[in-house]
Design a protein around this ligand. Structure first.
Ligand SMILES: Nc1ncnc2c1ncn2[C@@H]1O[C@H](COP(=O)(O)OP(=O)(O)OP(=O)(O)O)[C@@H](O)[C@H]1O
Ligand SMILES: [Zn+2]
Length: 722
């Protein structure tokens, strides 16, 4: 009897062997169910072993084979590689590939009713209403039809019995429409055409290659990679294409752009999908029928059959780093996956990460440059507003200079975008009587005041309460006061300054779900908003033709804390935001309010000198041996009490293996020192570039015996510091 070695999506150290019963055609990569402990569990066959491997062992049997094509070999190799790299169990990584069980089986069916053309012998008002609804809506379920007609569902049954409606069973999850490769794209500029040609040749060659598509904001990076997608669709009838976007950029606007370029909606994958949408995308990807997938970082772990092209748009974006569970950076993983799949990978950005630039300079990545916007559109002028010289009025946040520019813009019939990366009304609430700062219980996280909902909200844990009438600390009445600006407060200020202007807030609070977002984007595009005040949700992907002024309310907010990438991230975010201005005929400008106009990131922004800025960053990191010139890993410990975690941390550091050139720092409080009632400590490990830091961390962990309530996780290439 053949033997299947099965990996389960569980934190187990290794796969298990099972006998395959006669008549079950189990192959490598098959999705199967098998008994494990008390349960039947889903797993994936890693390997088929010859009968002899049974070796007299008494094996349990594979109990079920799912009707899904086997997981491809490159995908299985990718899972093993990712597990090793991130120091995780392979089963954990497999779990990320199995995010929809419903996708493993065929779509459920439902009964829909449509008109046969026959007229009923007996006509009632209810029947007439229902027939009208069926005519208007086409084939629908009984409940949809009866609800639309406002009659009971018995009417549907009556009409079906009378031969007026025909019942039909159809799949609930429809396949995605096939994209078309040969619809015309934009007429490319010379520079765009050259970049597109390089990508197309690589795609046609079907070998692994990594590109950096380095183009200023609005230079047509999307148009260029559309050409590569079209080429992949053309070259290989089975090729699948993955486009990764930062989650917040996955808006209707970009989906519509894909739809008009390829004549079909791409398959979506992100955290906002319903179970039904999720299983549909998963199933269609696993069967190789979804050709273009557009998703957030986790879309990288879908079981493509034939992945030939991966695009990572805004490759520098911080949201590609997964911070929970298996911690990974989707950009770096994508490059590895492309290598295993022999695919082409394109990293697109106007502000590439330093890591990526260094890879491009060393020739590991091929760099394609777009230096200008097409047509009349120009990059905006960026001016720094020195708040030390001309500050806003007390308890106000807009400087006279910015206010003046906003009024000019409004008078010219053009739009302003104010950027402030703080949701709500005020990021801190204090008591005027006793000075207490309101925090989430058991943590050091401040509560943010949200006036719109009347609540105090913790943006780290999600904890929220109605704003108390009295101070929870001293009991004083009406003593709680919001300190500092959030978007709601800036909106209030703009309202008093420009009472005739139409003002809206764009943040994850006002734009929950696709429809609300669509509404704001539409109104902005149609010119129905004069001043839009937004968080980083506005920074990406939008083209507002009449937007000519961008005001950055607080450019310094991202610079605080000891984060290694704070300057780089601030530069990236602000040039991204500034790049929203002047995208059509009218020229744009950006005013950046700062108390630190001499900071290299601010100077580079004003001079549009990205490469100069990166050079400074690069020198600093090379000097300190920090990434990409050295390597970092973090080990995070947590326990229910501070004392317990501190004791364990001291024991653990004793057991760190010796390694040439490896330094262990800490323990120190982790970036979020208290999370869900657990106290966290962190070690930071630094090594030279040529050291296998994953192997070092794995060796360290292997020595540890952690008592029960203590938990430990490893973060290779950590991104959050402090
Ligand atoms: N060759 C072209 N002809 C006409 N319009 C173009 C051309 N290239 C780009 N555009 C238009 O210019 C705008 C910006 O292009 P696109 O969104 O592709 O740029 P991007 O570099 O991806 O922008 P972002 O800065 O948002 O990343 C879009 O409206 C696009 O349709
Ligand atoms: Zn008080």
């Amino acid at each position: 009897m053949p033997i299947a070695r099965i990996l389960f999506p569980l934190p187990l150290p290794e796969p298990f062997d099972y006998a395959v019963p006669e008549g079950l055609d189990v192959q490598e990569g098959a999705y199967v169910a098998a008994p494990l402990g008390k349960y039947e569990r889903l797993g994936v066959v890693q390997e088929m072993l010859p009968d002899s491997a049974g070796d007299g062992r008494k094996l349990k049997f594979v109990s079920e084979l799912y009707p899904t094509p086997p997981m491809s070999r490159p995908m299985r190799e990718f899972i093993q590689w990712a597990a090793r790299y991130t120091v995780s169990h392979p089963g954990h990584v497999l779990g990320m590939a199995l995010r929809s069980r419903g996708g493993l089986v065929p779509s459920p069916t439902e009964t829909v009713y449509s008109l046969t053309g026959a007229t009923p012998a007996r006509v009632t008002e209810a029947r007439t209403k229902l027939i009208d609804a069926a005519r208007e809506l086409g084939p629908q379920s009984a409940s949809v039809l009866s609800e639309a007609a406002g009659v009971s569902s018995g009417v549907v049954k009556g009409l079906a019995d009378a031969g007026v409606l025909r019942a039909e069973s159809i799949a609930t999850d429809l396949p995605f429409e096939s994209p078309l490769a040969d619809l015309p794209g934009a007429t490319l500029t010379d520079e765009q055409a050259e970049a597109a040609q390089a990508l197309k040749s690589a795609v046609a060659t079907r070998a692994f290659e990594t590109f950096l598509l380095d183009g200023v904001t609005g230079s047509g990076k999307t148009e260029v990679y559309f050409e590569a997608i079209a080429e992949a669709l053309k070259t290989d009838a089975d090729a699948q294409i993955l486009v990764l976007l930062p989650e917040i950029a996955l808006t209707q606007a970009i989906l519509s752009r894909f739809e008009s370029r390829f004549g079909a909606k791409p398959a979506p994958w992100h955290s906002g999908l319903s179970d039904k949408e999720r299983r549909r995308t998963w199933r269609e990807v696993a069967h190789g029928r979804a050709r273009i997938v557009i998703g957030a970082r986790s879309a990288l772990f879908l079981p493509y059959r034939q992945l030939k092209l991966i695009i990572i748009d805004e490759e520098h974006d911080g949201s590609y780093k997964q911070e929970d569970g298996v911690t990974y950076h989707a950009r770096d993983m994508a490059v590895m996956r492309a290598k295993l799949e022999e695919a082409v990978v394109v990293l697109a950005s106007a502000t590439p990460a330093l890591e990526t630039m260094v890879n491009a300079e060393s020739g590991r990545y091929q760099r394609l440059k777009l230096s200008a916007r097409p047509g009349a559109s120009r990059l905006p002028d960026v001016d720094l507003v020195d708040l030390r010289r001309a500050p806003p009025e007390r308890n106000h946040w807009l400087s006279p200079h910015l206010i003046h520019a906003m009024q000019e813009t409004f008078a010219a019939g053009e739009q302003t975008l104010l950027f402030l990366n703080r949701r709500g009304y005020a990021p801190l609430v204090i008591c005027k009587s006793c000075g207490e700062r309101l925090k989430t219980p058991g943590t050091e996280n401040w509560l943010t005041e949200h006036r719109y909902t009347g609540r105090l909200v913790c943006h780290v844990t999600g904890y929220s309460i109605p704003k108390p009438k009295t101070c929870p600390h001293c009991g004083a009445a009406d003593s709680l006061m919001g300190v500092g600006p959030g978007v709601e407060r800036v909106a209030e200020e703009v309202r008093t300054l420009m009472p005739e202007a139409r003002i809206e807030i764009f943040s994850s609070d006002t734009a929950q779900g696709g429809e609300a977002t669509r509404g704001i984007v539409d109104r902005m595009e149609q010119g129905e908003i004069d001043v839009l005040i937004g968080t980083q949700i506005v920074a990406k992907g939008h083209n507002f033709p009449n937007l000519t002024l961008v005001g950055v309310v607080d450019a310094d907010s991202g610079m605080k804390g000891g984060d290694l990438r704070a300057g780089e991230r601030t530069y990236q975010l602000l040039s991204q935001v500034a790049g929203r201005a002047g995208r059509a005929e009218r020229p744009g400008r950006a005013l950046v309010q700062t108390y630190a106009p001499d900071n290299p990131a601010m100077l580079a922004l004003a001079d549009n000198n990205r490469d100069g800025f990166l050079q400074i960053e690069r020198d600093v990191r090379a000097e300190l041996g920090l990434p990409p010139f050295g390597r970092l890993a973090a080990m995070i410990l947590s326990a229910p009490s501070a004392q317990m975690v501190d004791e364990i941390a001291l024991q653990i550091v004793q057991q760190a293996p010796n390694g040439e050139g490896i330094e262990v720092f800490g323990p120190a409080p982790a970036p979020i020192a208290v999370l869900r009632g657990r106290h966290r400590r962190r070690f930071l490990v630094k090594s030279p570039k040529n050291i296998d830091l994953s192997a070092y961390m794995a060796a360290w962990i292997a020595r540890l015996k952690l008592p029960n309530p203590v938990r430990m996780s490893v973060d290779i290439d950590p991104y959050s510091f402090l």
